[in-house]
Design a binder for this molecule. Sequence first.
Ligand code: ADP
Length: 298
Amino acid sequence: MKIEIRNLNMIYPNGTHALKDINLEIESGMFGLLGPNGAGKSSLMRILVTLMKPTSGIVLIEGKDIQRYRKEVRSILGYLPQDFRFFTSLRTWEFLDYSASLAGIKNRKERLKEVDRMLDQVGLLEARDRFANRLSGGMKRRLGIAQALIGNPRLIIVDEPTTGLDPDERIRFRNILSTLSQKEDVTIILSTHIVGDISSTCQKMALLNKGEVVFSGRPEELVAEAKGHVFKLCLSTFEYEKAKEEYNIISTLPVETGWEIQFVADTLPDRNAVEIEPNIEHAYVYYMEHKIHADINI
Ligand code: ADP
């Protein structure tokens, strides 16, 4: 599937220019949209799922304008919104049964089979008969994921899906998406402000900042941008206190003599510092804070 986003602008009635001339091409597989809060990710997602009309610009799916072919788009779509809510009076399986009918599965037997398959996939089979509103936060999130995936949609759009999940659940969720993205002709668009959501799973990605695409490409290409700009340095506790002000520290590890910090900088700032290979997290901070001088508040 090919999604073309062309010259997309979103200006809300209060004047906020949330998306500024966005141009992106998204193909089958997993696409990650990364950016700090307020970057415009949800606005873009809401336009892609046809819940909102852009102020200008166009989105084409397989050459078709999604505003004109809304029904078709919705029939291939599974969507997990950021503020996902559900009907509280339903049991877990009933809720999914309802989602399955919305996804167009008419045969009851087939629907129930699909419900159990999904419950199993997200690890909620044991909670099948519990009321959905009594599930834990993480379980509710998983139910949200299940309703997005039911009926085998070809286009899956998930907005900040790992927010509120504990680390185990986050990994489990990434694995579910990663498996799905390997299916032929399934496209997954995942928006997140958590860098770790991107690294392991996405073939392509874009960085969004203040409504603009500031990078698009493969995660490895972003990582390559940070080469030569990530360092480590061992410090005593006293030096470490000072360094906190001075360096853009990404991680701190206790070592025998004090602390080892990893940080990003434009050039080697201290002759005792040693250059290290960047990872995606380093790259994100380097790109946003040093290349485009954005404030990402990590
Ligand atoms: P993100 O999902 O990356 O956090 P959003 O798309 O939610 O970003 O928001 C982008 C910008 O648009 C923010 O400045 C936000 O305050 C603004 N915004 C979002 N929704 C609305 C709305 N309904 N009306 C006015 N401004 C909005």
